[in-house]
Design a protein around this ligand. Structure first.
Ligand SMILES: Cc1cc2nc3c(=O)[nH]c(=O)nc-3n(C[C@H](O)[C@H](O)[C@H](O)COP(=O)(O)OP(=O)(O)OC[C@H]3O[C@@H](n4cnc5c(N)ncnc54)[C@H](O)[C@@H]3O)c2cc1C
Length: 428
């Protein structure tokens, strides 16, 4: 078994990726070279701004080449909660934005001619307990009434048409969702941003930022750079560059295994319609067939970022075989992990620092494991806001919570993990 992302092995960073040396000065410096930073750079460069994407490692190194590739509707915060918390108008806006985010991937793929296996075959949320299926029935009615969105409810009997597993109590299908090949997508975005004029600078970790009369001076591992505006797009890898940004996001580990390619008849048996799947636990498992017909199976283990990849493979395999006993003898070929960026309100945020030495720096992050489409969307939105092509955004209308007990070390995660594991166990 290899301990690295399958995606990168299948589609390594293109040798001809047009990277640049560090420029002296730009209109906008984007810190972080994943979906968020590259989406922002693409629209900024297209609008005529000079842009540098500063990436500590190599372009796409973070979660953007390690994820499950599932572009599913909604945000991590449940639509009902969002509706209740911010009111019906914003509640609707945030839901619709999650649909627009998937359409946006399709639009970028078409406009830029990206080949990233983007297909929209829908997703199925799977009821892990009988009570979860009852809650799904209520959800269907609520979505129809409040958001005019249609889910298809499938009972345990019809579920066989969707998945070759007998462990679930029903499911909720959303035809709007899709899937893609994460590495092909992130490198395609990078090439598109560079084609529009963005400079991609690798090995350029930003180590400090200081305010200047007309913008910021960024010290990087490759030298210094002056920028009129800065967008921090570091999500689950956010460090202490700006204390205010760091206090609004904390990292959690997500882990994935992939099997050897499955024979076509087994692929059809496990996933007849090629949907994206996730179950209804708080500590959910997410899974899908890859474009080359393997089972990819992911989960969060205990939220920690440092779990040994052999151990995580052992645990994920046990879950996978419980769902799909047919895979008992199929070898696991890859095990890998990456870092999610969690927020206290489970919402993504676009914001501007206002109360520390980095005052004026912008950021976009906080997808809570739901960033394939949403990071594309917020990155694009942040870019459009920065170049003045957009004046307002729903993200500017919601507060970004910080907690007095969090200053950059998420000591509370093991306790949160215990609490949510208990809730999964206790729910009926
Ligand atoms: C295992 C896993 C599975 C997932 N599955 C899914 C899924 O199926 N569907 C879904 O919607 N979402 C999924 N996600 C979440 C999704 O991958 C992320 O939300 C998304 O990739 C975030 O993109 P980003 O550009 O904001 O951050 P990233 O892609 O993480 O990029 C941040 C970059 O910032 C760089 N950086 C950090 N600090 C600095 C610095 N000081 N200077 C310069 N560079 C810096 C890092 O090196 C990194 O490359 C998953 C995540 C993981 C880890």
């Amino acid at each position: 078994m290899k301990t690295g992302p399958l995606w990168i092995e299948q589609y390594p960073r293109p040798a001809g990726l047009p990277t640049s040396p560090l420029p002296d000065a730009v209109d906008v410096a984007v810190v972080g070279g994943g979906y968020t930073g590259l989406s922002a750079a693409r629209v900024l460069a297209r609008a005529g701004a000079t842009v540098a994407v500063l990436e500590r490692e190599t372009i796409g190194w973070g979660a953007s080449s390690r994820n499950g590739g599932m572009a599913t509707t909604g945000l991590k915060a449940a639509a009902q909660q969002v509706y209740q918390r911010y009111g019906p108008e914003l509640g609707r806006v945030f839901w619709e934005l999650s649909l627009d985010a998937i359409d946006l991937i399709g639009q970028i793929v078409a406009e830029e001619g990206l080949e990233c296996d983007f297909v929209r075959r829908g997703h199925v949320a799977l009821a892990y307990k009988p009570g979860h299926f009852a809650a799904m029935k209520e959800k269907v009615a609520w979505f129809k009434e409040k958001l005019n969105h249609t889910f298809h409810l499938v009972g345990p009997q019809e579920l066989a048409q969707e998945i070759g597993s007998a462990v679930f109590y029903g499911g909720l299908i959303d035809e709007y969702s899709g899937g893609l090949h994460p590495a092909r997508y992130v490198f395609g975005l990078a090439e598109a941003a560079a084609r529009h004029g963005a400079r991609l600078v690798e090995g350029a970790g930003v180590t400090s930022m200081t305010r200047e009369a007309r913008g910021f001076r960024l010290q990087t591992e490759k030298g210094a750079l002056h920028a009129r505006e800065v967008l921090v797009a570091t999500n689950g890898y956010t460090d202490g560059l700006s204390p205010q940004i760091q206090r609004g996001i904390f990292p959690a580990g997500s882990y994935i295994i992939a099997t050897a390619p499955l024979p076509p008849h087994l692929q059809r048996q496990l996933s007849p319609k090629g949907r994206m799947f996730y179950d209804s636990k708080w500590f959910l498992n997410y899974f899908r067939l890859t474009p080359d017909g393997r089972m990819l199976f992911g989960g969060r283990n205990n939220l920690s970022t440092g779990l040994d990849l052999q151990e995580s493979a052992r645990r994920l395999r046990a879950h996978m075989v419980r769902v799909f006993p047919q895979l008992r003898d199929v070898p696991i070929t890859h095990s890998w992990s990456g870092q999610l960026g969690l927020t206290f309100d489970l919402m993504p945020h676009i914001g501007r620092v206002n109360d520390d030495p980095m005052s004026g720096v912008h950021y976009a992050m906080g997808y809570c494991g739901h960033g394939v489409s949403i990071a594309t969307y917020t990155g694009t939105e942040a870019g459009l806001l920065l170049c003045g092509q957009k004046r307002d955004s729903p993200f500017l209308q919601i507060p970004h919570p910080r907690k007095f007990y969090y200053w950059g070390r998420p000591w509370f995660l093991p306790f949160a993990a215990l609490y949510y594991r208990f809730r999964d166990w206790a729910s009926s």
